[in-house]
Design a protein around this ligand. Structure first.
Ligand SMILES: Nc1ncnc2c1ncn2[C@@H]1O[C@H](COP(=O)(O)OP(=O)(O)OP(=O)(O)O)[C@@H](O)[C@H]1O
Ligand SMILES: [Mg+2]
Length: 241
């Protein structure tokens, strides 16, 4: 076990609009890091910078010993970085199996037989196997979230980035997602998990990072972060989603 991800003094902007600044943190291999923070804090932007959708104008990202700051998304994916999207973008007209197969072939570059086998394995581990032949557009929200995770998992990530996979779900459904994340952690995958439900996050993560106005507000043990003055102030009057 060692450090799998190191973010050093990250600065990210969309054109002239600066979003992240002076952001540094590390993630240990095998841990679940929760990322919280108010709307617009820069959480998704951090994911975008980690996966190559936006290139930082200053700072460095080191993944598994490689400097990936300016690599393309597909190179990062092949190195073992997988993600889900806050707004899922499945291929609505394709079946669940086909959707996951796309992830498997994009991420692993394997042949037809190995990618199909990988897709089936992932569908089983995400409880979607029985629904393999359903067209994605017909899935319930929980199953769409599962499929979003399955598509990312199919790329065989060592670091999986989850962006609000529990948003919009009922409490019982959120527990299902938590169970899935626990299972993934047991398989040894490192996870960065963005979510607004802080209490849930505090129960299921090893560390919590709270972002506010594009930088690190507080970071550390989940209980310590959850009960900190900083988090209380930043969430004051903000209902949990
Ligand atoms: N593609 C973009 N172009 C320009 N500005 C953007 C873009 N994406 C996000 N922003 C802006 O950057 C800031 C940070 O957005 P981001 O989506 O990273 O926040 P977030 O913490 O994920 O918020 P939420 O909790 O609502 O998902 C916001 O002010 C947002 O309007
Ligand atoms: Mg977001």
């Amino acid at each position: 076990m060692g450090t799998i991800l190191r973010v050093e003094n990250l600065h990210v902007a969309y054109g002239k609009f600066k979003v992240l600044h002076e952001l540094s943190f590390e993630v240990e291999e095998g841990e679940v890091l929760g990322v919280i923070g108010p709307n617009g804090a820069g959480k998704t932007t951090l994911m975008n910078a980690l996966t190559g959708l936006v290139i930082p104008y200053e700072g460095n990202i080191l993944f598994d010993g490689h400097t990936i700051t300016k690599l393309t998304s597909d190179r990062r994916c092949r190195l073992g970085l997988g993600r889900t999207y806050q707004v899922p973008r499945p291929f609505e007209g394709l079946t669940v199996f086909e959707n996951v197969l796309v992830g498997a072939s994009y991420g692993t570059g394997g042949n037809e037989r190995t990618t199909a086998a990988r897709a089936i394995e992932v569908l089983k581990s995400t409880d979607l196997y029985e629904k393999s032949d359903i067209v994605a557009g017909k899935l319930t929200l929980l199953d769409r979230k599962r499929m979003e995770i399955a598509r990312a998992l199919a790329t065989e990530p060592r670091l999986l980035l989850l962006d609000e996979v529990a948003a919009g779900l009922t409490d019982a459904e959120v527990r299902e997602v938590m169970r899935l994340v626990d299972y993934l952690k047991q398989t040894g995958i490192t996870i960065i998990w963005i979510e607004h439900v802080i209490k849930t996050m505090a129960e299921s993560t090893d560390k919590l990072l709270c972002l506010a106005t594009g930088t690190r507000l507080i970071y550390g043990d989940p209980q310590y972060v959850m009960h900190s003055k900083e988090v209380e102030e930043v969430y004051l009057g903000v209902e949990e989603e």
